[in-house]
Design a protein around this ligand. Sequence first.
Ligand code: AHG
Ligand code: MN
Ligand code: MN
Length: 334
Amino acid sequence: MNKIVTLDEFIIRTEKEKPHSSGSFSRLLRDIGIAAKIVNREVNKAGLVNILGVDGSTNSTGDDVQKLDVFANEKFIETLSYSGEVCGIASEENQDFIPIQTDKNKLAQYVVVMDPLDGSSNIDVNVSVGTIFGIYRRKSPAEGPCQLEDFLQKGTEMVAAGYVLYGTSTLLVYSSGNGVNGFTLDPSIGEFCLSHRNIQMPVAGNYYSVNQGYYLKFDLEMRRYIDHCSDLNYRLRYIGSMVSDIHRIMFQGGIFLYPNTRKYPKGKLRLLYECYPMAYLIEQAGGTAITCKLERVMEMDIHALHQTSSIAMGSRDMVRDMKEFVEKYGAVIQ
Ligand code: AHG
Ligand code: MN
Ligand code: MN
Protein backbone atom coordinates (compact mmCIF):
# COMPACT_ATOMS: atom_id res chain seq x y z
CA MET A 1 0.00 0.00 0.00
CA ASN A 2 1.26 3.50 -0.85
CA LYS A 3 1.81 5.74 2.10
CA ILE A 4 -0.52 8.74 2.10
CA VAL A 5 1.34 12.04 2.03
CA THR A 6 -0.66 14.88 3.52
CA LEU A 7 -0.27 18.50 2.46
CA ASP A 8 1.32 19.41 5.79
CA GLU A 9 3.82 16.60 5.54
CA PHE A 10 4.65 17.44 1.94
CA ILE A 11 5.19 21.12 2.71
CA ILE A 12 7.44 20.40 5.68
CA ARG A 13 9.48 17.88 3.68
CA THR A 14 9.98 20.14 0.66
CA GLU A 15 10.72 23.23 2.71
CA LYS A 16 13.28 21.35 4.79
CA GLU A 17 15.23 20.69 1.61
CA LYS A 18 15.71 24.45 1.14
CA PRO A 19 18.73 25.92 2.90
CA HIS A 20 18.04 28.46 5.67
CA SER A 21 14.36 27.56 5.73
CA SER A 22 12.82 29.00 8.89
CA GLY A 23 9.57 27.08 8.60
CA SER A 24 7.51 30.25 8.32
CA PHE A 25 6.62 29.63 4.68
CA SER A 26 5.49 26.10 5.59
CA ARG A 27 3.27 27.47 8.33
CA LEU A 28 1.74 29.97 5.94
CA LEU A 29 0.88 27.31 3.36
CA ARG A 30 -0.51 25.09 6.08
CA ASP A 31 -2.79 27.94 7.20
CA ILE A 32 -4.04 28.43 3.65
CA GLY A 33 -4.95 24.73 3.69
CA ILE A 34 -6.88 25.21 6.93
CA ALA A 35 -8.83 28.20 5.57
CA ALA A 36 -9.61 26.18 2.43
CA LYS A 37 -11.10 23.39 4.54
CA ILE A 38 -13.32 25.85 6.40
CA VAL A 39 -14.54 27.39 3.14
CA ASN A 40 -15.04 23.93 1.67
CA ARG A 41 -17.34 23.00 4.54
CA GLU A 42 -19.49 26.04 3.83
CA VAL A 43 -19.46 25.53 0.04
CA ASN A 44 -20.78 22.02 0.61
CA LYS A 45 -23.69 23.46 2.54
CA ALA A 46 -24.51 26.05 -0.13
CA GLY A 47 -27.09 23.73 -1.68
CA LEU A 48 -29.04 23.92 1.56
CA VAL A 49 -29.72 27.65 1.31
CA ASN A 50 -33.41 27.08 0.91
CA ILE A 51 -33.47 25.21 4.18
CA LEU A 52 -30.91 27.26 6.06
CA GLY A 53 -31.92 30.66 4.67
CA VAL A 54 -30.87 32.69 1.64
CA ASP A 55 -28.19 35.40 1.57
CA GLY A 56 -29.11 38.46 3.54
CA SER A 57 -31.78 36.64 5.55
CA THR A 58 -31.63 35.41 9.12
CA ASN A 59 -31.38 31.66 9.60
CA SER A 60 -33.26 29.48 12.05
CA THR A 61 -30.70 30.01 14.80
CA GLY A 62 -30.93 33.77 14.41
CA ASP A 63 -27.61 34.30 12.58
CA ASP A 64 -27.37 36.45 9.48
CA VAL A 65 -26.73 34.34 6.39
CA GLN A 66 -23.72 35.66 4.55
CA LYS A 67 -22.87 35.59 0.90
CA LEU A 68 -20.33 32.86 0.37
CA ASP A 69 -17.73 35.15 -1.18
CA VAL A 70 -17.90 37.42 1.87
CA PHE A 71 -17.67 34.39 4.14
CA ALA A 72 -14.67 33.00 2.25
CA ASN A 73 -12.96 36.37 2.39
CA GLU A 74 -13.45 36.63 6.15
CA LYS A 75 -12.23 33.10 6.82
CA PHE A 76 -9.05 33.51 4.80
CA ILE A 77 -8.35 36.90 6.41
CA GLU A 78 -9.01 35.54 9.90
CA THR A 79 -6.83 32.47 9.43
CA LEU A 80 -3.97 34.37 7.82
CA SER A 81 -4.13 37.13 10.43
CA TYR A 82 -3.56 34.62 13.22
CA SER A 83 -0.82 32.78 11.34
CA GLY A 84 1.82 35.33 12.32
CA GLU A 85 3.59 34.92 8.98
CA VAL A 86 1.60 37.46 6.95
CA CYS A 87 1.88 41.24 7.28
CA GLY A 88 -0.82 42.10 4.73
CA ILE A 89 -3.53 40.79 2.44
CA ALA A 90 -4.96 42.12 -0.82
CA SER A 91 -8.29 40.60 -1.77
CA GLU A 92 -10.79 41.00 -4.57
CA GLU A 93 -13.37 41.71 -1.88
CA ASN A 94 -11.54 44.70 -0.36
CA GLN A 95 -10.85 47.99 -2.08
CA ASP A 96 -7.60 48.54 -0.14
CA PHE A 97 -5.05 46.10 1.17
CA ILE A 98 -5.40 44.95 4.77
CA PRO A 99 -2.35 45.46 6.99
CA ILE A 100 -1.91 42.84 9.68
CA GLN A 101 -0.26 43.65 12.92
CA THR A 102 2.06 40.91 14.01
CA ASP A 103 4.10 40.11 17.05
CA LYS A 104 6.98 42.60 17.40
CA ASN A 105 9.37 39.80 18.28
CA LYS A 106 8.51 37.84 15.18
CA LEU A 107 8.48 39.82 11.97
CA ALA A 108 6.13 38.57 9.26
CA GLN A 109 7.82 38.40 5.88
CA TYR A 110 4.97 37.66 3.51
CA VAL A 111 1.95 39.27 1.87
CA VAL A 112 -0.89 37.27 0.32
CA VAL A 113 -3.02 38.27 -2.66
CA MET A 114 -6.27 36.38 -3.23
CA ASP A 115 -9.55 35.90 -4.93
CA PRO A 116 -11.32 34.17 -2.03
CA LEU A 117 -14.19 32.88 -4.14
CA ASP A 118 -13.79 32.64 -7.88
CA GLY A 119 -16.79 31.94 -10.08
CA SER A 120 -19.24 33.27 -7.53
CA SER A 121 -22.11 33.26 -10.04
CA ASN A 122 -21.95 29.43 -9.87
CA ILE A 123 -22.73 29.10 -6.18
CA ASP A 124 -26.49 29.30 -6.32
CA VAL A 125 -26.65 26.54 -8.93
CA ASN A 126 -24.30 24.05 -7.31
CA VAL A 127 -21.48 24.38 -9.85
CA SER A 128 -17.75 24.41 -9.07
CA VAL A 129 -16.08 27.47 -7.58
CA GLY A 130 -12.53 28.13 -6.44
CA THR A 131 -10.06 30.20 -4.46
CA ILE A 132 -6.92 31.70 -6.00
CA PHE A 133 -3.89 32.85 -4.02
CA GLY A 134 -0.41 34.22 -4.54
CA ILE A 135 2.36 34.86 -2.03
CA TYR A 136 5.04 37.57 -2.17
CA ARG A 137 7.92 38.38 0.12
CA ARG A 138 7.42 41.90 1.48
CA LYS A 139 9.64 44.69 0.16
CA SER A 140 9.08 47.36 2.81
CA PRO A 141 11.11 47.28 6.06
CA ALA A 142 10.05 44.37 8.26
CA GLU A 143 9.67 46.53 11.37
CA GLY A 144 6.85 48.72 10.00
CA PRO A 145 3.40 48.09 8.54
CA CYS A 146 3.16 46.72 5.01
CA GLN A 147 2.91 49.16 2.12
CA LEU A 148 1.29 49.24 -1.31
CA GLU A 149 4.69 48.45 -2.89
CA ASP A 150 4.60 45.04 -1.16
CA PHE A 151 1.60 44.11 -3.30
CA LEU A 152 2.42 45.86 -6.55
CA GLN A 153 5.02 43.32 -7.55
CA LYS A 154 5.09 41.54 -10.88
CA GLY A 155 4.15 37.89 -11.19
CA THR A 156 7.83 37.06 -11.66
CA GLU A 157 8.37 38.09 -8.02
CA MET A 158 5.78 35.68 -6.62
CA VAL A 159 7.24 33.03 -4.35
CA ALA A 160 4.24 30.71 -4.54
CA ALA A 161 0.80 30.50 -6.07
CA GLY A 162 -2.10 28.12 -5.99
CA TYR A 163 -5.77 27.49 -6.25
CA VAL A 164 -8.41 25.47 -4.47
CA LEU A 165 -11.13 23.90 -6.57
CA TYR A 166 -14.35 23.13 -4.72
CA GLY A 167 -15.67 20.61 -7.22
CA THR A 168 -16.85 17.03 -7.18
CA SER A 169 -13.74 16.61 -5.04
CA THR A 170 -11.93 19.48 -3.39
CA LEU A 171 -8.41 19.94 -4.63
CA LEU A 172 -5.61 22.26 -3.63
CA VAL A 173 -3.03 22.81 -6.37
CA TYR A 174 0.07 24.84 -5.62
CA SER A 175 3.61 25.59 -6.66
CA SER A 176 6.45 27.31 -4.91
CA GLY A 177 8.56 27.43 -8.04
CA ASN A 178 9.62 23.83 -8.21
CA GLY A 179 6.81 22.13 -10.13
CA VAL A 180 3.09 21.92 -9.46
CA ASN A 181 1.49 19.45 -7.08
CA GLY A 182 -2.16 18.68 -6.40
CA PHE A 183 -3.76 17.51 -3.15
CA THR A 184 -7.25 16.07 -2.89
CA LEU A 185 -9.23 16.58 0.29
CA ASP A 186 -10.16 13.28 1.86
CA PRO A 187 -13.30 14.25 3.80
CA SER A 188 -13.13 11.13 5.94
CA ILE A 189 -9.86 12.22 7.57
CA GLY A 190 -10.14 15.96 6.84
CA GLU A 191 -6.74 16.11 5.16
CA PHE A 192 -5.49 17.24 1.76
CA CYS A 193 -3.58 14.22 0.41
CA LEU A 194 -1.02 14.29 -2.39
CA SER A 195 -2.87 12.99 -5.44
CA HIS A 196 -1.20 14.68 -8.44
CA ARG A 197 2.58 14.80 -8.26
CA ASN A 198 4.57 17.17 -10.49
CA ILE A 199 1.74 18.11 -12.86
CA GLN A 200 2.84 18.72 -16.44
CA MET A 201 0.12 19.91 -18.78
CA PRO A 202 -0.25 18.51 -22.30
CA VAL A 203 1.56 20.64 -24.92
CA ALA A 204 -1.61 20.64 -27.05
CA GLY A 205 -5.24 19.74 -26.57
CA ASN A 206 -8.66 20.18 -28.04
CA TYR A 207 -10.52 22.24 -25.48
CA TYR A 208 -11.06 25.96 -25.79
CA SER A 209 -12.60 27.96 -23.03
CA VAL A 210 -13.99 31.43 -23.70
CA ASN A 211 -17.26 33.27 -23.20
CA GLN A 212 -18.36 32.89 -26.81
CA GLY A 213 -21.42 35.04 -26.06
CA TYR A 214 -19.12 38.05 -26.36
CA TYR A 215 -17.82 36.93 -29.76
CA LEU A 216 -19.00 40.04 -31.60
CA LYS A 217 -17.36 42.27 -28.95
CA PHE A 218 -13.91 40.73 -29.44
CA ASP A 219 -11.22 42.16 -31.69
CA LEU A 220 -10.93 40.68 -35.19
CA GLU A 221 -7.84 38.58 -34.44
CA MET A 222 -9.56 36.87 -31.50
CA ARG A 223 -12.67 36.21 -33.58
CA ARG A 224 -10.49 34.65 -36.26
CA TYR A 225 -8.72 32.46 -33.72
CA ILE A 226 -12.03 31.35 -32.20
CA ASP A 227 -13.28 30.51 -35.72
CA HIS A 228 -10.14 28.43 -36.14
CA CYS A 229 -10.89 26.50 -32.91
CA SER A 230 -14.39 25.89 -34.15
CA ASP A 231 -13.15 24.83 -37.64
CA LEU A 232 -10.93 22.25 -35.97
CA ASN A 233 -13.88 20.95 -33.94
CA TYR A 234 -12.22 21.81 -30.67
CA ARG A 235 -14.57 21.35 -27.76
CA LEU A 236 -15.91 24.50 -26.16
CA ARG A 237 -16.14 24.35 -22.37
CA TYR A 238 -16.88 27.40 -20.25
CA ILE A 239 -17.82 27.11 -16.61
CA GLY A 240 -17.44 30.79 -15.72
CA SER A 241 -14.95 30.11 -12.95
CA MET A 242 -11.41 30.45 -14.23
CA VAL A 243 -10.19 28.03 -11.57
CA SER A 244 -12.46 25.28 -12.91
CA ASP A 245 -11.86 26.13 -16.56
CA ILE A 246 -8.09 26.22 -16.13
CA HIS A 247 -8.09 23.09 -14.01
CA ARG A 248 -9.59 21.19 -16.95
CA ILE A 249 -6.95 22.36 -19.41
CA MET A 250 -4.17 21.82 -16.91
CA PHE A 251 -4.97 18.11 -17.05
CA GLN A 252 -6.48 17.62 -20.49
CA GLY A 253 -4.80 20.36 -22.53
CA GLY A 254 -6.47 23.39 -24.08
CA ILE A 255 -6.60 27.15 -24.06
CA PHE A 256 -8.41 29.60 -21.80
CA LEU A 257 -9.19 33.06 -23.17
CA TYR A 258 -10.61 36.20 -21.65
CA PRO A 259 -9.90 38.83 -24.30
CA ASN A 260 -10.68 42.51 -24.03
CA THR A 261 -14.22 43.36 -25.07
CA ARG A 262 -15.96 46.64 -25.78
CA LYS A 263 -17.23 46.60 -22.21
CA TYR A 264 -13.82 45.72 -20.76
CA PRO A 265 -11.25 47.29 -23.14
CA LYS A 266 -8.42 46.18 -20.82
CA GLY A 267 -9.83 42.74 -20.05
CA LYS A 268 -11.92 41.75 -17.05
CA LEU A 269 -9.77 39.41 -15.02
CA ARG A 270 -7.67 40.89 -12.26
CA LEU A 271 -3.95 40.80 -12.84
CA LEU A 272 -2.72 40.55 -9.25
CA TYR A 273 -4.86 37.82 -7.78
CA GLU A 274 -6.34 36.04 -10.81
CA CYS A 275 -3.97 36.31 -13.77
CA TYR A 276 -0.53 36.24 -12.09
CA PRO A 277 -1.17 33.20 -9.85
CA MET A 278 -2.81 31.18 -12.62
CA ALA A 279 -0.04 32.19 -15.07
CA TYR A 280 2.54 31.13 -12.48
CA LEU A 281 0.97 27.68 -12.22
CA ILE A 282 0.47 27.29 -15.97
CA GLU A 283 4.12 28.15 -16.62
CA GLN A 284 5.28 25.83 -13.85
CA ALA A 285 3.26 23.06 -15.51
CA GLY A 286 4.94 23.71 -18.88
CA GLY A 287 2.22 25.88 -20.43
CA THR A 288 2.19 29.48 -21.66
CA ALA A 289 0.35 32.56 -20.38
CA ILE A 290 0.22 35.77 -22.42
CA THR A 291 -2.10 38.73 -22.86
CA CYS A 292 -4.05 39.18 -26.08
CA LYS A 293 -1.38 41.79 -26.95
CA LEU A 294 1.16 38.98 -26.65
CA GLU A 295 2.99 40.16 -23.54
CA ARG A 296 4.06 37.53 -21.01
CA VAL A 297 1.53 37.86 -18.17
CA MET A 298 4.11 37.33 -15.44
CA GLU A 299 6.10 40.36 -16.65
CA MET A 300 3.20 42.77 -17.00
CA ASP A 301 3.63 46.03 -15.07
CA ILE A 302 1.27 46.50 -12.19
CA HIS A 303 0.08 49.89 -10.92
CA ALA A 304 -3.09 49.14 -8.98
CA LEU A 305 -4.43 46.33 -6.80
CA HIS A 306 -7.50 45.70 -8.94
CA GLN A 307 -5.90 46.29 -12.35
CA THR A 308 -7.28 44.05 -15.08
CA SER A 309 -5.71 42.33 -18.06
CA SER A 310 -6.73 40.32 -21.09
CA ILE A 311 -5.46 36.77 -20.96
CA ALA A 312 -4.74 33.71 -23.11
CA MET A 313 -3.24 30.77 -21.28
CA GLY A 314 -2.89 27.06 -21.64
CA SER A 315 -1.11 24.43 -23.68
CA ARG A 316 2.08 25.68 -25.26
CA ASP A 317 1.26 24.85 -28.89
CA MET A 318 -2.26 26.21 -28.73
CA VAL A 319 -1.12 29.54 -27.32
CA ARG A 320 1.54 29.63 -30.04
CA ASP A 321 -1.19 29.21 -32.69
CA MET A 322 -3.26 31.97 -31.12
CA LYS A 323 -0.20 34.21 -31.21
CA GLU A 324 0.08 33.63 -34.96
CA PHE A 325 -3.51 34.79 -35.42
CA VAL A 326 -2.82 37.96 -33.46
CA GLU A 327 0.30 38.60 -35.53
CA LYS A 328 -1.59 37.99 -38.77
CA TYR A 329 -4.83 39.87 -38.11
CA GLY A 330 -3.98 42.14 -35.19
CA ALA A 331 -3.02 45.16 -37.25
CA VAL A 332 -6.01 45.00 -39.60
CA ILE A 333 -8.49 47.86 -39.16
CA GLN A 334 -12.01 46.49 -38.69
P1 AHG B 1 -15.28 36.22 -9.64
O1 AHG B 1 -16.40 35.30 -9.36
O2 AHG B 1 -14.14 36.08 -8.66
O3 AHG B 1 -15.70 37.65 -9.84
O4 AHG B 1 -14.56 35.75 -10.99
C1 AHG B 1 -15.29 35.42 -12.12
C2 AHG B 1 -14.38 35.57 -13.29
C3 AHG B 1 -13.68 34.30 -13.74
O5 AHG B 1 -13.52 33.32 -12.83
C4 AHG B 1 -14.50 33.84 -14.91
O6 AHG B 1 -13.68 33.20 -15.81
C5 AHG B 1 -15.07 35.11 -15.44
O7 AHG B 1 -15.12 36.01 -14.38
C6 AHG B 1 -16.45 34.94 -16.00
O8 AHG B 1 -16.83 36.16 -16.56
P2 AHG B 1 -18.00 36.28 -17.67
O9 AHG B 1 -19.26 35.94 -16.98
O10 AHG B 1 -17.91 37.71 -18.12
O11 AHG B 1 -17.64 35.32 -18.77
MN1 MN C 1 -12.43 35.48 -9.87
MN1 MN D 1 -14.13 36.30 -6.57
